[in-house]
Design a protein around this ligand. Structure first.
Ligand SMILES: Cc1cc2nc3c(=O)[nH]c(=O)nc-3n(C[C@H](O)[C@H](O)[C@H](O)COP(=O)(O)OP(=O)(O)OC[C@H]3O[C@@H](n4cnc5c(N)ncnc54)[C@H](O)[C@@H]3O)c2cc1C
Ligand SMILES: NC(=O)c1ccc[n+]([C@@H]2O[C@H](COP(=O)([O-])OP(=O)(O)OC[C@H]3O[C@@H](n4cnc5c(N)ncnc54)[C@H](O)[C@@H]3O)[C@@H](O)[C@H]2O)c1
Length: 474
């Protein structure tokens, strides 16, 4: 067992982690649990964006909305409706009213030293922490420094300098704007359109491309567009902002409307709203950690041209922007760090596991592995199968009017699943079956003997697997 050593001006740890989001926390806790001295540096809330400004508050808002929707499509119950103030109160409770003391305490109880302040590199294995009270603390790593600083929003040039909402404001919404423009069609835009519309905003989505959720199976966009439009969202594809004006813009705090009306001019129209949410993606937050002090650029980190002692994991590493995938990276890294005397490579895994993702819209969109298009682009020869959830007895019992579709992608060379999309009722909880099938390389001929219980939505697998068997001539 080793412990932190401190001289009057410098504190030594085996591992220093910059950024206490879920990825940094998982790594620091795993290493500290082995008795290795570990410090984690955080300049905002311990728990990171995920806990306070992203995953947790967004799902805290979306789940009651989903329950209300379901009850409106279920005979035999008096349907529930969303009560805006109560919904925001639930969100506040789920983010502990933006108080991280319990999360900080949990980290400290697991043996991690939490250092509050902005961390930046000052040289090899050296980190300087600037606290909000103006004090500075120097930390020295014996073995490694890991950057887990998450992401910062992408701001297209036309929006630069104009006060508007980013995803943090949307998840922390306090003031509900009567009219909201959302720029973008990714998961942030689609989920935020769902909760802002349920809270009472008239939402207009402006999307540069011709679909929502690019990269997912094409039917996902078709179904989701119809569902969002039915709930009152106006969706305009192939539409880009060319000019933006907000004469009385001012930042009034997180989740508050940032001033007077905002006007967006597109190629064909001018649209006015009370707020605008930029959901145009996020990039690794590597700009303010002084990489130059160790002779590195942002690209060096993203392309893994870093010295042995320096690594970036989670969103900051640039491979995924999903909590569960970052936490997986942390567990893998921690195992190698604990068992090797040297600092391990960040990416020393034999194979990259399939990536699952759930977008918590109504219906839920659960996706793992490769879409058909991505599989073909990667050179696979594939068989695909599709089925509607409305044709599955177990799904039809969950909701009176079932909307949704499932698709699987099978590699003909191995007869194994390489991708699955389940868009329908309660599919978030069904996804792991597909993830296990892909990870374990279970052939379709075996999967056909995994019998789903009746009457559940999982019976969708029966039709999908039979179609693949038929196509393969079995
Ligand atoms: C609205 C929204 C909803 C999302 N929903 C989901 C979801 O449902 N499921 C999912 O898997 N993913 C979701 N994501 C993505 C998910 O939030 C990220 O993948 C996840 O937060 C990454 O964790 P992280 O630890 O890498 O970074 P973060 O959670 O961003 O944490 C990084 C931490 O580092 C701190 N930090 C940064 N720089 C410094 C510095 N120099 N010094 C000290 N501290 C620093 C930050 O303050 C922050 O606390 C969502 C994202 C958004 C925007
Ligand atoms: N449930 C979930 O798993 C979940 C929920 C929210 C966010 N996330 C993750 O967080 C990350 C950020 O999400 P996101 O939706 O912001 O990013 P994204 O990259 O998935 O989508 C960004 C959208 O903005 C558009 N865009 C980008 N630049 C633009 C520009 N200059 N002008 C107009 N449009 C532009 C893109 O075309 C796209 O539609 C993603 O990796 C996402 O997977 C996950």
């Amino acid at each position: 067992m080793t412990s932190a050593t401190a001289s009057s001006s410098e504190h030594h740890y085996e591992l220093i982690v910059i950024g206490a989001g879920p990825i940094g926390e998982v790594l620091a806790q795993a290493v500290a649990a082995e008795g290795m001295s570990t410090a984690i540096v955080e300049h905002d809330l311990v728990g990171g964006d995920c806990a306070y400004y992203a995953c947790k508050p967004s799902k805290a808002l979306l789940h009651p909305i989903q329950v209300a929707h379901e009850s409106q499509h279920l005979g035999g119950v008096q349907s529930a409706s969303v009560v805006a103030d109560d919904l925001l109160a639930r969100r506040n409770a789920q983010v502990s009213h933006y108080d991280d003391s319990a999360q900080k305490q949990a980290l400290e109880e697991s043996g991690v030293t939490v250092v509050r302040g902005h961390g930046r590199l000052t040289g090899e294995k050296s980190v300087e922490v600037h606290a909000s009270d103006g004090s500075t603390r120097s930390l020295q790593a014996e073995r490694a420094v890991v950057i887990t600083t998450g992401t910062a929003p992408n701001i297209p040039p036309v929006f630069e300098g104009i006060p508007v909402w980013d995803s943090q404001d949307a998840t922390a919404v306090q003031d509900v704007p009567p009219r909201l423009i959302i720029i973008g069609g990714g998961p942030v835009a689609c989920e935020a359109a769902s909760w802002m519309s349920a809270l009472g905003s008239k939402v207009t989505m402006l999307i540069r491309e011709g679909s929502l959720l690019t990269g997912f199976e094409p039917f996902v966009s078709d179904i989701l567009t119809e569902q969002l439009e039915q709930s009152g969202v106006d969706i305009q594809f192939y539409t880009e902002a060319v000019q933006v004006r907000r004469p009385e813009g001012m930042d009034q705090g997180l989740g508050m409307i940032k001033g007077g009306p905002i006007t967006v001019r597109t190629a064909s129209a001018s649209i006015e709203a009370d707020e605008l949410l930029l959901a145009t993606g996020r990039r690794p937050a590597l700009d303010s950690i002084n990489l130059a002090s160790v002779g590195l650029s942002v690209d060096d980190v993203l392309e893994e041209r870093t010295p042995d002692w320096l690594h970036a994991l989670g969103d900051a590493g640039g491979k995924h922007q999903l909590t569960h995938m970052g936490k997986y990276q942390s567990r893998q890294f921690a195992a190698r760090f604990i068992h090797s005397a040297e600092a391990p490579d960040a990416d020393n895994t034999d194979t990259e596991p399939p990536t699952p993702q759930v977008v918590f819209t109504d219906p839920q969109i659960a996706f793992v592995g490769l879409s058909e298009e991505a599989a073909r682009e990667a050179g696979y020869d594939v068989i695909t199968a599709e089925a509607n959830f409305a044709d599955v007895a177990g799904a039809a019992l969950l909701r009176d009017d079932v909307v949704g579709r499932a698709k699987i992608v099978v590699d003909t060379a191995t007869d194994c699943l390489i991708g699955a999309t389940l868009m329908g009722p309660e599919t978030a909880e069904m996804l792991h079956a597909a993830t296990i099938a892909i990870t374990a390389d279970v052939p379709v001929s075996i999967l056909q003997h995994a019998v789903p219980a009746f009457p559940t939505a999982s019976e969708v697998w029966l039709g999908l697997l039979q179609q693949v068997a038929d196509s393969a001539g079995r």
